[in-house]
Design a protein. Structure first.
Length: 165
């Protein structure tokens, strides 16, 4: 059965936060008490000015992505007025390898296209090896000029998807 990707309902936010925390903890790289885990869990906070998408598989919530509609939201990591973004994409470790990350990314690209955005920006750490391979395979290009180091020891590689006219 293919994954269903849709906008999340507020009642689903706690489960989505738990999936994001679990998936990112499994990557390693941050201490268990790192403040970023609190940000991952705070889906309701992100939903104030961003869109929360979820992936369902066989009736279970299996993944989450935050679609950032532009540079003016709390989650934007870019200042390009023609761009949208993707943040905090995570798939429940039980469902990884089934194409859910790709489905969530494609849904974000579709939203950006419908909104008239020219490009989509996403950042990924070296620990996210699957994402680092997935983005170029989906047509994203590396954009070193947009790389970020939000805190010492955390380097985020930027990828940009250009939306055709």
């Amino acid at each position: 059965m293919p994954a269903e990707v849709r906008v999340a309902h507020p009642a689903e936010y706690p489960a989505l936060g738990a999936i994001a925390v679990c998936a990112y903890r499994e990557l390693g790289g941050l201490p268990d008490d790192h403040a970023y885990y609190d940000r991952l869990a705070d889906v309701a906070g992100r939903a104030i000015d961003n869109d929360i998408l979820l992936a369902m598989l066989d009736g279970e919530i299996a993944g989450v992505a935050t679609y950032v509609p532009g540079p003016y939201t709390s989650m934007s990591e870019f200042d390009d007025p023609e761009a949208a973004g993707i943040r905090m994409l995570a798939v429940d470790p039980r469902f990884q390898g089934l194409g859910l990350g790709k489905a969530l990314t494609a849904a974000c690209l579709d939203r950006a296209r419908r909104a008239g955005r020219r490009r989509v920006v996403v950042h990924s750490s070296q620990l996210q090896r699957i994402a680092q391979a997935m983005y170029p395979a989906m047509g994203f290009r590396r954009e070193p000029a947009l790389d970020r180091t939000p805190e010492p020891g955390v380097f985020l590689s930027a990828f940009v998807f250009e939306i055709g006219e």
